[in-house]
Design a protein around this ligand. Structure first.
Ligand SMILES: [Zn+2]
Length: 587
């Protein structure tokens, strides 16, 4: 087994049994794409359901669905057109292209202090030169670093005049729809809006199998809260959960040791900025543990300021340890503040703020900006609406200062002259205030989660592969085996399968080969329970039920099984409680 890592072992099983394989295989494949086979697709679906239950449904939050291809103006407003880029270097010999940070990480593993994703091209160039880093494939010299946009670009409509991009995250659709969802639901903050769907990133030469995909399923939630009422009501439930955090300050010292902090401590020490952020990190630990990945194989890497996404004030990557790639990010927890909503308010002119009424109305003397439409209209034309709106929203003191200094006030590129507006003092009765909510975001790549789950489920018992998938997630929950495909056993087996299917348990039937081989096949794809119809079944309607993990067997009347299997799958009872221990050995 030496030299073969779990990725290789798993890839072999995955292809053979229908979990996953490279896409477009018959044409030689394209890196960064992955097909999920019948079992893989089902497994991913179960993981999505589990995630939705844990992060969304149990809090009464919302799920929406928005388009993948998105008009350019959305990603200009959100900052993606400007920032969603990676630095690329090319080999001058073999002409291969690489992500610049990949080349450096390959050459210098263990440098946790480098904010590689944030280094400007000049620094990357001098770092590569000083450390004599060469092409990881052929050892040839490398080109200077250049930016390349990692969004897929396309045209909306066949005329080529409206640029669109494949969304690299599901978040922007959620931000744009925030107000509608808010108004159509209970008009209360905090409000979580989630989306599970395809996202695309035009990665530079991805070479990490299922870990870095150009098209993947994102499971993302934006939690909107009032920054003046930032409490998370669910915090109490998780306050003692331990978060293993690799702190930015530890990384700056080139260290890689995680500090274990309870949710409570992490907040008290100011390591995590928001209660909601800490709450979702704790849920994340629970979620990943429920996939069979122990806490000691998990950590949260705090991103250094320079390496955070443009929209984030704090980011922790939830990483887990994988056999081939080491620490791999499966989720990001970002504090996006009001960055995105404010950007869309500014760019679209739409009011995405919400109104919070006071208990008692107040009166206040304020200065307001009154734009003179008759003068601004002809100048701004089709831009009039957003610009005038932005002008109204501007701070009157700032506008006065700018006019005093420059003779005009600039908004969205237009120079507004003092004659085009006036200031008015008003007494306003305030019945409440307008709030642009802040946002905390947990975001997961479903394929990475699926792969990680498979890797941690992969075990061996004697010479057999046993895929110890958590029973509730296993694509097939029960196999039905007639001991022999004759003497009426097949018919009883088919009946039992039908009954289990009707009660909502994914059940399959197999009568080919020896019973031992059939058990082995079931173990290999992670079926938690195997039911064997034997000759005793004909006398007393009992069947044996075999446990994938212990290979123990119990016996019970098959008609009683559906309700008990449901309880077993929900982890309400142990396997031994499914029936009376049976001394059979069909292995
Ligand atoms: Zn090369």
């Amino acid at each position: 087994m030496s030299g073969i890592d779990k990725y290789e072992l798993l890839s072999d099983l995955a292809k053979r049994r229908g979990f996953f394989w490279p896409s477009f295989e018959i044409y030689g494949g394209v890196s960064g794409y992955l097909d999920l086979g019948p079992l893989g697709a089902k497994l991913k679906r179960s993981i999505e359901e589990k995630w939705l239950k844990l992060f969304v449904y149990q809090h009464g939050f919302a799920v929406i669905s928005t388009p993948i291809i998105t008009p350019e103006k959305v990603f200009i407003a959100s900052g993606h057109v400007e920032h969603f880029k990676d630095l690329m270097v090319s080999c001058l010999e073999c002409k291969r292209h690489f992500k610049a940070d990949y080349v450096i990480t390959e050459a210098m593993p263990g440098r946790t202090d480098l904010a590689l994703e944030a280094m400007p091209p000049s620094e990357i160039d001098s770092f590569i030169a000083t450390n004599h880093i060469r092409c990881p494939e052929c050892g040839g010299p490398l080109s200077k670093a250049e930016y390349s946009l990692t969004m897929f670009k396309t045209n909306i409509g066949p005329y080529g005049d409206a640029v669109g991009y494949g969304r690299p995250e599901a978040a922007q659709g959620i931000f744009i729809d925030f107000k509608r969802v808010f108004e159509s639901s209970r008009e209360k903050l905090p409000l979580g809006i989630a989306q599970v769907g395809t996202a695309m990133r035009n990665e530079i030469s991805p070479r990490q199998g299922p870990i870095r995909l150009r098209e993947f399923t994102i499971m993302e939630m934006e939690l909107f809260f009032d920054p003046e009422a930032p409490k998370c009501a669910f915090l109490e439930r998780v306050k003692d959960i331990e978060l293993p955090i690799l702190l930015a300050k530890e990384r700056e010292q080139r260290g890689s040791k995680s500090t274990n902090l309870s949710v409570h401590e992490a907040l008290k020490q100011g390591v995590v900025l928001t209660e909601w952020g800490a709450y979702f990190m704790a849920l994340s630990v629970k979620f990943v543990q429920s996939l069979g990945i122990p806490l000691e194989k998990q950590r949260f890497e705090e991103k250094m300021q320079a390496e955070r996404s443009h929209y984030s004030s704090q980011t922790f990557d939830h990483q887990i340890w994988l056999d081939r790639w080491g620490w791999v990010e499966i989720a990001g927890h970002a504090y996006r503040t009001d960055f995105d909503l404010s950007a869309h308010i500014k760019s679209s002119g739409a009011d995405l703020s919400i109104f919070k009424p006071y208990d008692v109305p107040t009166e206040k003397r304020v200065t307001v900006i009154v734009p003179i439409d008759s003068s601004l209209g002809p100048m701004l034309r089709e831009k009039a609406k957003p610009v005038i709106e932005a002008l109204k929203q501007s701070n009157p003191d700032q506008v006065k200062r700018a006019i005093a200094q420059n003779g005009y006030y600039e908004v969205q590129g237009f120079k507004i002259q003092p004659t085009q507006l006036r200031f008015e003092d008003r007494v306003v009765r305030e019945t409440g205030r307008r709030v642009v909510p802040h946002v905390v975001e947990p975001s997961y790549g479903a394929e990475r989660v699926t792969y990680s789950l498979l890797e941690y489920s992969y075990t061996r018992n004697k010479d057999r592969i046993v895929l110890k998938l958590p029973p509730e997630l296993a694509p097939t929950k029960v196999m039905i085996f007639p001991l022999m495909p004759k003497d009426g056993l097949s018919e009883i087996g088919s009946t039992i399968q039908q009954v289990l299917l009707e009660s909502g348990i994914e059940t399959e039937y197999d009568e080919a080969g020896t019973i031992g081989r059939r058990y082995a096949r079931a173990d290999e794809v992670g079926v938690p329970l195997s039911i064997t119809v034997d000759y005793q079944t004909k006398n007393d309607q009992t069947v044996t039920v075999r446990d994938r993990d212990s290979w123990q067997q119990v016996r019970r009347q098959w008609k009683e099984l559906p309700q008990h299997i449901h309880r077993f799958l929900r982890s309400e009872i142990k396997f031994q409680e499914l029936g009376d221990i049976a001394q059979v050995n069909y292995e």
